[in-house]
Ligand binder design. Structure first.
Ligand code: SF4
Length: 377
């Protein structure tokens, strides 16, 4: 409550003009050379925005380049088998992004002759495109005066005005959106949005903002009040759920293993121990939630009763190094077991692949870690 009185008014008049000038000049001089900044093609900008939603620039860049080589335009993405799209996304995580990207590409081909829509309303009707993404693509590719607001920009705006409290709280977020729109430089909306994001990414960072180097520090209320390090307040995170799993690496004498197909989503709210969600709805090793300490019995019961129709398995499963993994709020400890078989079972829809190269199907990072544990032991 105390800090509510310290909120600084939005800039207007000559101060606003100077603010815009400073930030745009800084961006022109110091922006990072990123592959998606070399093009105004809405498809490339869209792809980068989706990849960067949950992924850091350094991690996303090689994926971005490989993805574009294989799917150079909307039509190529729309026409591709979904499995292949997921394979090129494999390792980036949050696979619903890739699924929505392709669904949106198919809609663009069907409804917009393959060209990314030019209006905000039409862009927002596409799967996986929210207000932020629509504003980013349309301002950068088409120069539309739409202001972006994401976590980075919200942090910058909150500090500039010394706004306290949870920035994602509905009303506060709406106020930040209004601030973003009021500051937007109408002569260069694309550069402006990128400049605000760049400032948040490289100087006005969550920890230890570099205010001395900041091109707009003279306008910053948080800096003047000594609050730059304490704004924004930390959000309350969803409590982490610890999960114990066991997985089977079935192996034949030729070094081949068996993967199960992507699980279908279940109706209703997602269960915290939904194996389908844990393997990102990709190809995966047979996996169970552990009910007992070792997990070997749970796995044996599952394999014999649900998967192999009573087929006998070796008396002992070879325990492999444990794998740790985190997916959103889940913290997973997984015990893999190697099970050597003379012949792998033939299961409808399952795939038999060399354990040393699972790259022909989309797999999650968890599956990749299990394969690595099996190969290294
Ligand atoms: Fe962020 Fe510091 Fe610049 Fe304010 S002065 S906008 S806190 S980097």
């Amino acid at each position: 409550m105390f800090y509510a009185k310290l909120v600084a008014p939005m800039l207007t008049g000559p101060a606003l003009t100077q603010f815009r000038k400073n930030l745009l000049a800084w961006f022109a001089q110091f922006q990072r050379d990123l592959p998606w900044r070399r093009s105004k093609d809405p498809y490339r900008i869209w792809l980068s925005e989706i990849m960067l939603q949950q992924t850091r620039v350094a991690a996303a860049t090689p994926y971005y380049e490989r993805f574009l080589e294989r799917f150079p335009d909307v039509q190529a993405l729309a026409d591709a088998p979904q499995e292949e799209v997921l394979r090129f996304w494999s390792g980036l995580g949050y696979y619903s992004r890739a699924r929505n990207l392709q669904k949106a590409a198919q809609q663009i081909v069907a409804l917009h002759h393959g060209a990314f829509p030019a209006t905000e309303v039409e862009a927002l009707a596409l799967p996986g495109i929210g207000k932020y993404t629509a504003a980013a693509i349309l301002s950068i590719a088409h120069g539309q005066t739409l202001a972006v607001l994401d976590g980075n920009v919200a942090r910058v705006l909150a500090r500039l005005q010394a706004i306290r409290g949870d920035l994602r709280e509905g009303k506060r977020w709406q106020e930040l959106q209004k601030s973003a729109e009021a500051l937007l430089a109408p002569s260069a909306p694309g550069d402006w949005n990128q400049a605000m994001m760049e400032l948040g990414a490289i100087l006005c960072t969550p920890k230890s903002p570099q205010c001395l180097l900041c091109p707009v520090n003279e306008f910053c209320a948080a800096r003047k009040l000594g609050l730059a390090d304490t704004i924004p307040e930390k959000r309350k995170k969803r409590a982490t759920v610890e999960l114990q799993l066991a997985a089977a690496v079935l192996l034949d004498p030729q070094g081949r293993t068996l993967l199960l197909p992507p699980p279908k989503p279940k109706a209703g709210p997602e269960h915290k121990a939904d194996v389908g969600a844990i393997v990102s709805r990709m190809w995966h090793f047979p996996t169970v939630v552990k009910a007992r300490r070792s997990g070997a019995r749970d796995l044996r019961d599952y394999l014999q009763e649900s998967l192999l129709g009573g087929r006998r398995l070796p008396a002992t499963f070879e325990r492999l190094p444990r794998v740790r993994h985190a997916v959103t709020y889940r913290s997973i400890t997984l015990q893999p077991f190697r099970i050597n078989l003379k012949k792998l079972p033939q299961l409808p829809r399952a795939k038999v692949l060399p354990l040393s190269d699972l790259s022909s199907v989309p797999i999650s990072n968890l599956t990749r870690k299990i394969a690595r544990a099996a190969l290294q032991s």
